[in-house]
Design a protein around this ligand. Sequence first.
Ligand SMILES: C[S@@+](CC[C@H](N)C(=O)[O-])C[C@H]1O[C@@H](n2cnc3c(N)ncnc32)[C@H](O)[C@@H]1O
Length: 217
Amino acid sequence: MKEKIITADGSFSYYDSTINECYHSKNGAYSESTHVYINNGLNYWFEKNKKKICRIFELGYGTGLNALLAKRYAEKNKLKVVYHTIDKFPLTANQIEVIKPRKLSTSDNFVYSAAWDSEFSLTSFFSIHKIHADFFIYQFDNTYDIFFYDAFAFHAQPQIWKKNILKKSIDVLNNNGVWVTYCSKGIVRRAVESFDVKVEKIPGFSRKREMLRALKK
Ligand SMILES: C[S@@+](CC[C@H](N)C(=O)[O-])C[C@H]1O[C@@H](n2cnc3c(N)ncnc32)[C@H](O)[C@@H]1O
């Protein structure tokens, strides 16, 4: 059972009572996505690499908020972003309708309305491919510059934080690629540290002391 919630910054998200878990921090969905994935992921990569094209893979399309914010970043910074995102349990069109941000441009709206399992160019700076599949068995046929690891929290979905699944997400990163998550659990950090990456603990969103970022060598 999914219940709409209004988070502390006024942005909407869902609480899923079957797993006792929210899609975002109650302290602010918009602010959390901006802090973790846009500022410490996409902007960090762009400042370091100054390339013209960036390929992003997201685990967990969810409400589409990270995708929307990545699109807006791409347009603002004139960076071409190719955004691939996977979800095994997509929200329905009605569930999306009631929680998507109120002020959306026509091309913003396509982030939500784009059909699954095809690639769409929404603007000259942003394309999206929403993959309806299970990450556990998904086989990559691309590599990426950034990986947004936005699965449900460890207590709700421990299997997705296992070493072999984490490795899958690191293996598809290009050199100098950036992997980010809101999670800072020791067991997850140690697993990621065992791969060929440099792991950083950086300040998390709101009351979370830390989040993780890994840089592919
Ligand atoms: C924390 S939410 C993602 C929030 C999202 N990034 C956003 O901006 O709204 C986690 C998502 O992972 C998806 N998920 C759970 N298990 C999965 C799996 N095995 N493969 C792919 N997606 C999965 C859920 O359906 C859920 O939408």
